[in-house]
Design a protein around this ligand. Structure first.
Ligand code: OSB
Ligand code: MG
Length: 369
């Protein structure tokens, strides 16, 4: 597959809800839509990093520059046999996993289209629909939270994840648990706590959570291992895992018992499959996380979640929860807590070109000579 040209469009897409986490409030997403052109086909990806470095270090501004000036020029005009071969050109650049993931994931789409196969089949997926839940932001009140959890359960979502921060945790959680004694509940702290809060987490053991997501620092595994040893609820790692090596080390020292796998956070789909296999070797589950993706990124996550160890419900809920209008033609909608996997070649989705152009704040086109 010869990559002949690449195009980037920066868009902002307003969220249908105000999403508050311990690191801030989001009302819109900033997304770079990347298209790779080769052999008459197009491969798509969208970036997932935040506009500001509040989740991990990467930013949209950094991704734009890195893609345009270094990553795309590395692969342009080259004949690339498969995703492994793509990595030969970018492996020596350190870090920047989400930016590299955009390039890798657009290439997967292009490559699977050249094979005439949907991504999930090429990956060796085992299911044609995936179980999904929702991630609820920090709400103005406990009453509002209880109501939103109820709506999510009514819609059939299989797990409700609640964002927490110091001062918005045990009391809120106990109220939700009392209202829904049998619901599959989890919490996500996005790194808002330290080991000084062990008592808070011990108190959460009584809430019967499936797991506590990323309680401690975004780049830590050691303190997570100490916390895991002190509580009975499983810890799930999100921010801390950016590579297969991170996953191996974290599971080896007992920093958690579950991994929230977001393909873009770990550098893309090849790394996701490796992490999937590592967790399998420990007999531990993974689940598909989300970064409030629009249709292109959401579709990619759905395909990857067909791998065998994605047994827990993920964050890949209906696109209509997030967007008035999505950037793809297809409607990625869950029903009864299950999301169907697109079946056309590659990601199986079609970007709405005119809509994306209308939203574009900035574009770049890079062609090989
Ligand atoms: O920590 O999982 C997270 C959204 C943006 C950044 C980080 C996270 C999230 C979510 C929402 O929890 C997941 C989704 O609905 O896509
Ligand atoms: Mg998280």
């Amino acid at each position: 597959m010869r990559i002949e040209a690449a195009e980037m469009k920066l868009i902002t897409l307003p969220l249908r809800f105000r999403f508050e986490t311990s690191f801030g409030v989001q009302t819109e997403r900033h997304i770079i839509v990347l298209t790779l052109y080769g052999e008459g086909l197009e491969g798509y990806a969208e970036t997932v990093m935040e506009h500001t470095p509040h989740y991990r270090e990467e930013t949209i501004a950094g991704a734009w520059a890195l893609l345009e000036e270094l990553l795309i020029p590395q692969v342009l005009g080259k004949d690339i046999a498969n995703p492994e071969a793509l990595w030969a050109h970018i492996r020596n650049f350190r870090g920047n996993k989400m930016t590299k993931a955009a390039l890798e994931m657009a290439f997967w789409d292009l490559w699977c289209k050249s094979l005439g196969q949907p991504l999930w089949k090429v990956l060796g997926g085992v299911r044609e629909e995936i179980p999904v839940g929702i991630s609820l932001g920090i709400e103005p009140s406990i009453e509002a939270t209880v109501e939103k959890v109820g709506k999510g359960l009514e819609q059939g979502y299989k797990r409700i994840k609640l964002k927490i921060k110091p001062g918005w945790d045990v009391k809120m959680l106990m109220a939700v648990r009392e209202a829904y004694p049998d619901a599959n509940l989890t919490v996500d702290a996005n790194s808002a706590y330290t080991l000084n809060h062990v008592a808070t987490f011990k108190a959460m053991d009584a809430a019967g959570l499936d797991y506590i997501e990323q309680p401690l620092a975004f780049d830590d595994i050691l303190d997570h291992a100490k916390l895991q040893a002190a509580i009975s609820t499983s810890i799930c790692l999100d921010e801390s895992i950016t590579s297969p090596e991170d996953a191996r080390k974290a599971l080896e020292i007992g920093a958690g018992r579950v991994i929230n796998l977001k393909p873009a956070r770990v550098g893309g789909i090849l790394a996701s499959r490796k992490i999937h296999d590592i967790t399998e070797s420990y007999g531990l589950p993974v689940w598909m996380g989300g970064m409030l993706e629009a249709g292109i990124g959401r579709a990619a996550n759905i395909h990857v979640a067909t791998l065998p160890m994605f047994v827990k419900p993920g964050d890949t809920s209906s696109a209509s929860r997030y967007w008035e209008e999505d950037i793809i033609e297809e409607a990625l909608e869950a029903s009864g807590g299950m999301m169907a996997v697109p079946q056309a070649p590659g990601l199986g989705v079609t970007p709405k070109r005119e809509f994306i152009d209308r939203l574009a704040l900035k574009s770049a086109y890079v062609a090989s000579s």
